[in-house]
Write a protein that binds this ligand. Structure first.
Ligand code: GLU
Length: 430
């Protein structure tokens, strides 16, 4: 089956049903997203011309609470993929036991082609058009691929204008000065890092002996690289959309990040303050990075990076998925067969939405938490849910991914049961 489809994502539920007692009514409910809104957004470009962009927002489920999920800007964005991403958000929020349903959205655009003021007009125009569809009690967007805190700030400001009162809780991942939370910008990477630390504890790993390859060096990839490097893990390869670099003795991660963010290119460098010099390393392609003989592979780019075609080449012993859906179902089966430990995306990439939840809680209570407090709460929640996913997987004799889906389905199923399933209505008929 084509892995870009929504139906392919639902296949994971079928696997969960085979192993656990999940009410069929839940599956029926999850098969169809709750609502989809598509809008056109006319934007006046800097040269005076008009361009009309298309954007959408999908509410997948509100069984456990208001919709939650990112807004992405990407030229290849299509509704089918967004439905899949919204479904994953429903599962991700349920795995982390957050009081949220799932949602996702975005605009089909290459943001790199727009000037900053065109980007601002597009972002404000989009939010004004979906304003009736979102809200702090209905659906709370956040950053995703190629969107960031500044864009969230514009969107919060625009929404506040529409509803005529300041409303920070409508969107998360905002700049600190506009009601954002400490720790949100690095939360997705930190969540993945906490998963690695759990594996380290379980298997008594010595970080210095462990090599790591990171596929995708945006916000999440950089954050996990920095944290693992600080703990002594050897980051031997990183890549972005243009290719990667490999050095068996490991990179000085802060130098690579500094150079990438200042010069917009990935290069093997070592920096003393802002003076960088090249270090010896091999240039590699993305496929080569995915096939490196490393202990831990961290896919941190787009979905579908590892497919049935290249999964056979993967030599990593552990995969920690901090991207959404980096492995296709076919790849997953091949890697399970090989005995690779996979910490699934709906757990490993959930640090971002968890700190989004903390941001929403702070916005609604008027409280401001310190970075230390945020990180501590994130660690507690991720560790607890990691433990429950593992226990569920062990109990049913399945990989962690299926364990995570079973846990999510049990939580969603409890909400369906609470409202009454066919059992209740048949038994109580007068
Ligand atoms: N876009 C992120 C994700 O895919 C974060 C969503 C959020 O914070 O609501 O998990």
């Amino acid at each position: 089956m084509d892995d870009r489809t929504y139906a392919s994502a639902l296949e994971r539920l079928e696997t969960a049903i085979e192993h656990a007692d999940i009410h069929p009514e839940l599956i029926e409910r999850l098969k169809k997203p709750k609502a989809i809104l598509t809008v056109s957004i006319p934007v006046r470009m800097d040269d005076g011309s008009l361009r009309v962009f298309e954007g959408s927002r999908i509410h997948h489920s509100d069984l456990l609470g208001p919709g939650k999920g990112g807004l992405r800007y990407h030229p290849d964005l299509d509704l089918e993929e967004m439905r899949k991403l919204a479904f994953w958000m429903t599962c991700k929020c349920a795995v982390l036991d957050l009081p949220y349903g799932g949602a996702k959205g975005g605009v089909a655009v290459d943001p790199k082609q727009l000037s900053p003021s065109e980007l601002e007009r597009l972002s404000r125009g989009f939010i004004a058009r979906i304003a009736d569809f979102i809200g702090p009690e209905t659906d709370i967007p956040a950053p995703d691929v190629y969107t960031n805190a500044r864009i969230m700030g514009w969107m919060m400001d625009e929404y506040s204008k529409v509803v005529r009162h300041r409303c920070p809780a409508v969107i998360t991942g905002k700049p600190l000065s506009l009601g954002g939370s400490h720790g949100r910008d690095t939360a997705t990477g930190r969540g993945g890092y906490i998963c690695v630390k759990e594996l380290e504890r379980l298997h008594d790993w010595n970080p210095e002996e462990k090599t790591v390859a990171i596929h995708g060096f945006g916000n999440a990839g950089q954050a996990i690289a920095r944290l693992l490097h600080q703990d002594g893990y050897r980051i031997v390869a990183v890549s972005d959309s243009r290719g990667g670099i490999h050095k068996e003795s490991g990179f000085d991660v802060p130098s690579i990040i500094h150079h990438k963010n200042h010069n917009r290119e990935l290069a093997a460098v070592y920096c003393e303050k802002s003076v960088c010099e090249a270090v010896e390393a091999r240039n590699i392609g993305n496929d080569e990075l995915l096939a490196l003989d490393v202990d831990i592979l961290v896919p941190a780019a787009l979905s579908g990076a590892v497919t049935g075609d290249n999964a056979g080449d993967v030599r990593a012993k552990t995969i920690v998925e901090i991207a959404n859906g980096p492995l296709t179902t076919e790849a997953d089966a091949i890697l399970d067969e090989k005995g690779v430990t996979i910490v699934p995306d709906i757990l490993a990439s959930a640090g971002g939405v968890t700190v989004s939840y903390f941001e929403w809680v702070q916005n609604r209570s008027g409280d401001v938490w310190s970075e230390e407090h945020v990180n501590q709460r994130l660690e507690e929640r991720m560790r607890e849910q990691f433990r429950l996913v593992r226990e569920t997987a062990e109990k049913h004799g399945v990989p962690m991914r299926t364990g995570a889906y079973i846990l999510a389905m049990q939580r969603l199923g409890a909400a369906v049961e609470a409202m009454g399933t066919s059992h209740f209505f048949n038994e109580n008929r007068s």
